[in-house]
Design a protein around this ligand. Structure first.
Ligand code: GAR
Length: 186
């Protein structure tokens, strides 16, 4: 069973998708701890509801200690709004979910709703989400999975964000974790 530590900052819909897929047996993994760098993140409440050890911690060194104490073999950044240092990245195998089709709308400053605002401003007709390995750059790691989502004429950043979460993120993030659990990615 793959031991997964999840890093969060916000609502935790991706965390919920991982938990649900673990519980249904769709992925051979267990969420062994959740760490938020925001103490009021609703994601922490979701973890509490499932009796998953949870921590509010901003210091990267402390986050690393927590993950090591739970013996994680995969770290999932699921809406984690902070760039990880090369030191931290060296210690763990880490994947990230990003709400666009990388290399569009990614890198410094592109996170959360900003990504969807930028997509609408540019007028793209297709957007989506990407799961990738985390390397020392910002959204530059090897791509694992992507899923496209249609942009509608009357979309707002909020409506687009919701569609990308529902149609892409909650599909490809659990799928990528299962690929890793099955040893399909080296
Ligand atoms: C998600 O849309 C995720 O892709 C994005 O933040 C949202 C978090 O939602 N992540 C990034 O922008 C990272 N650069 P959640 O807390 O409900 O999972």
């Amino acid at each position: 069973m793959l031991r997964v530590g999840v890093l969060v900052s916000g609502g935790g819909t991706n965390l919920q998708a991982i938990i649900d897929n673990c519980q249904s047996g769709a992925i051979d993994a267990e969420v062994v701890c959740v760490v938020s760098n925001k103490k009021n993140a609703y994601a922490l409440t979701r973890a509490e509801k499932h009796n998953i050890p949870r921590y509010a911690e901003r210091q990267e060194e402390e986050i690393a200690k927590i993950l090591q104490s739970h013996n994680v073999s995969l770290v999932v950044a699921a809406g984690f709004m902070s760039v990880l240092s090369p030191d931290f990245i060296d210690k763990f195998r880490i994947i990230n979910i990003h709400p666009s089709l990388i290399p569009s709308f990614c890198g410094i400053g592109y996170y959360g709703l900003n990504v969807h605002k930028a997509a609408l401003l540019r007028g793209v007709k297709i957007t989506g989400a990407t799961v990738h390995f985390v390397d020392a750059g910002c959204d530059t790691g090897e791509i694992i999975l992507q899923k496209a989502v249609e942009v509608l004429a009357d979309d707002t950043p909020e409506s687009l964000q919701l569609r990308v979460m529902e149609q892409a993120e909650r599909v490809i993030l659990p799928k990528a974790i299962q690929m890793i659990a099955k040893g399909e990615l080296r």
